[in-house]
Design a protein around this ligand. Structure first.
Ligand code: 5GP
Length: 164
């Protein structure tokens, strides 16, 4: 749809604290926050501080090529984390949004064999997601503009002399 949900950095700050509060209230104390890069890195950082968890891991997953357009399946990019690092640990997977849920399913399945427990936390979840996350800040059906990706990458301004 053409409707957009716009998340500002300020509201993201509120969202991540409220999401963490729900996780704490639920009594889940993760040993590791596993972020799905790149969007999940922001969420994982906020959650790890708010939950006083000092161990953050990262997995790179590529899926989307544009607004609402994807490759056939998400893929983990190298370097893939060593599953041994997660053995017998309570893991919290963090991402910005569960849309189709395929990305979260990929990462969750990757963890399932080795970890003591795995749960997922996202800022947004769409109703058609095939993974239902344990912790969701807000449900929406709209395309979300995140503050970190709403603008294009910066480009070098030619002819600019950079002072020290
Ligand atoms: P899924 O595998 O659940 O379809 O998609 C997960 C990833 O796709 C998210 O981590 C995010 O990077 C991207 N994505 C999915 N839906 C949206 C959206 O509505 N807005 C933005 N900006 N990215 C999205």
């Amino acid at each position: 749809s053409a409707v957009r949900e716009n998340l500002s950095y300020e509201r993201f700050g509120t969202a991540v604290r409220q999401l963490a509060q729900r996780i704490a209230d639920d009594g889940y104390e993760p040993d590791i926050v596993l972020s799905i890069a790149r969007g999940g890195v922001f969420v994982a950082g906020g959650l790890a501080y708010a939950l006083d968890c000092k161990n953050i891991h990262l997995v790179n997953v590529e899926f989307y090529t544009g607004v609402g357009t994807t490759m056939e399946m998400p893929v983990m990019l190298a370097p893939v984390p060593n599953a041994i690092d997660f053995s017998d640990k309570k893991v919290l997977i963090a991402d910005d949004v569960a849309d189709t849920g395929k990305t979260l399913k990929l990462v969750r399945d990757f963890c399932l064999d080795t970890v003591a427990e795995v749960r997922s936390a996202v800022i947004y979840e769409k109703s058609h997601s095939l993974v239902k996350c344990e912790y969701v800040w807000k449900r929406t059906e709209d395309w979300i503009n995140f503050p970190w990706s709403v603008e294009p990458p910066v480009v070098r301004r030619s002819g600019q002399v950079l002072d020290a």
